[in-house]
Design a protein around this ligand. Structure first.
Ligand SMILES: Cc1cc2nc3c(=O)[nH]c(=O)nc-3n(C[C@H](O)[C@H](O)[C@H](O)COP(=O)(O)OP(=O)(O)OC[C@H]3O[C@@H](n4cnc5c(N)ncnc54)[C@H](O)[C@@H]3O)c2cc1C
Ligand code: SF4
Ligand code: SF4
Ligand code: SF4
Length: 397
């Protein structure tokens, strides 16, 4: 039994592992830290179910975009904890208020490691656990099994994840459920957890008792910068342009192999609703800022509805979200992954090989040598006020 012909054909959605009736499949790390399903031949009975549920290889999406919006949550405190305009939190609130269960990615500290994994929540108090982007592959664990049981028991379930996870869940369930709402987030690719943890431990050796890592810290506005929480309520900013992890991530050098041929980087999306950052909103919709007084400093999202159910949910949740009509092509202008997959960075194989032989210290050396000028420019840029940075970004685009 072969689960995938080539590494590019497996996105690690975990559907085969959860579907196997003999628990013969487990997810294991390869030499670069990416997880892949491995079959225990002693347990396998050759039933073929693992192949049938593999949406990434065998199921074609047919949805087409229906409505497109620029959008922000009406709850300002929810926006601040979110990566973009807080749309996930608004839709999660909509579902939790109706007694539903919400699944998304959470990040916990365990010893000297961060564990990024999907989990379900049933209360508003738990919602912050799922808010914010974690730019690392999130483990699915046994979420699909739990979700099926909730759906069968009539609960409303909202599942939010990268598109291949939404498709993985659909492949696992095999049948549609009226009480399931799927949100896929625009995704350009994921690095793995081992690489991220090695980055943190190597790059911040002096920080004691690290407790949190916020990938999208909004304290300086809507931009790509991070924050590490450590000790007794201490924080350290992480400037994306001078961080090896962020730079290699944004430069498409360290994604999983499947991400460079991702079949969901297109208008045929697996979710009822797609959400992402509305990058370039100033250029695409200057009227929203000039006449509608849209405040973009804390982030603006894009929403794309892909099914009738998605349209209906957005209409019903409109008291939680401010919506402005837009178009797919306007959103895609600064979000190329809505049209094509990320192009593999030219250093990817070299970096991963260095990582395998010399650990993260080798990666850090490579980064410092090859991104010298970029680091310098970003160090200077990072000390400018947010308004000046916004203006420069506008001029550049
Ligand atoms: C790996 C990755 C790549 C991304 N690439 C892009 C991009 O190229 N363009 C773009 O416009 N937006 C991208 N995003 C999405 C963007 O960062 C925001 O998550 C999105 O706009 C939703 O923001 P929000 O304010 O509505 O909610 P938030 O509260 O910020 O979003 C939280 C939701 O994101 C999900 N999530 C967070 N981390 C992960 C993860 N590792 N795996 C699966 N789900 C996760 C959670 O389940 C939660 O539902 C990416 C996100 C991730 C995780
Ligand atoms: S079901 Fe998911 S994890 Fe399993 S082989 Fe297919 S893509 Fe990989
Ligand atoms: S063929 Fe059946 S028993 Fe074997 S790994 Fe796949 S699902 Fe499990
Ligand atoms: S780019 Fe595609 S394959 Fe890679 S994590 Fe995102 S959705 Fe999955």
């Amino acid at each position: 039994m072969t689960l995938f012909p080539d590494k590019k054909d497996c996105c690690a959605c975990g559907s085969c592992e959860e579907a196997c009736p003999k628990s013969a499949i487990s997810m294991r790390e390869d030499g670069h830290g990416f997880i892949y399903p491995i079959i225990d031949n002693q347990k396998c009975i050759n039933c073929g179910l693992c192949q049938k549920v593999c949406a990434y290889q065998h199921i074609q999406e047919t949805n087409e975009p229906k409505s497109v919006y620029a959008a922000v949550s009406r709850n300002k405190s929810q926006i601040k904890k979110s990566a973009s305009g807080g749309i996930f939190a608004a839709l999660a609130t909509f579902v939790l208020n109706r007694g539903g269960v919400v699944y998304g990615s959470s990040m916990e500290r365990n010893g000297n490691k961060f564990i990024i994994r999907h989990r379900g929540i049933t209360s508003m108090e738990e919602l912050p656990l799922l808010q914010g982007s974690k730019y690392v592959q999130s483990e699915i664990g046994n979420c699909y099994k739990e979700i099926r049981s909730h759906l069968v028991n009539g609960k409303i379930v909202l599942f939010s994840g990268v598109p291949c996870q939404c498709a993985g869940l659909k492949g696992y369930l095999k049948t549609g459920y009226a009480n399931l709402i799927l949100i896929d987030i625009i995704c350009h690719g994921v690095p793995n957890q081992q690489f991220f943890n090695d980055y943190v431990n190597y790059s911040f050796p002096k920080l004691k008792d690290i407790s949190g890592f916020v990938f999208r810290d909004k304290s300086k506005g809507w931009e790509l910068s991070g924050r590490i929480d450590y000790g007794q309520n201490h924080h350290k900013s992480v400037i994306a342009g001078t961080s090896s992890y962020y730079t290699l991530f944004l430069d498409a050098q360290i994604y999983r192999k499947s991400c460079y041929s991702c079949k969901y980087a297109s208008p045929q999306r697996p979710g009822d609703i797609t959400i992402g950052d509305y990058w370039g909103i100033q250029k695409e919709h200057p009227e929203l800022i000039a006449y509608h007084k849209l405040n973009i400093q804390n982030g603006v999202s894009c929403i794309i509805t892909n099914t009738e159910k998605g349209d209906a949910i957005i209409a019903e949740a409109c008291d939680l979200i401010t919506l402005f009509p837009s178009t797919y092509s306007k959103v895609a202008n600064r979000n190329g992954q809505l049209v094509h997959p990320s192009q593999e960075g030219r250093f990817r194989q070299q970096i991963l090989d260095i990582y395998q032989t010399d650990n993260y210290s080798g990666v850090d050396k490579f980064y410092k040598k090859n991104y010298r000028l970029q680091r310098l420019i970003h160090s200077v840029f990072s000390i400018l006020p947010y308004s000046v940075k916004s203006l420069l970004r506008q001029l550049k685009s």
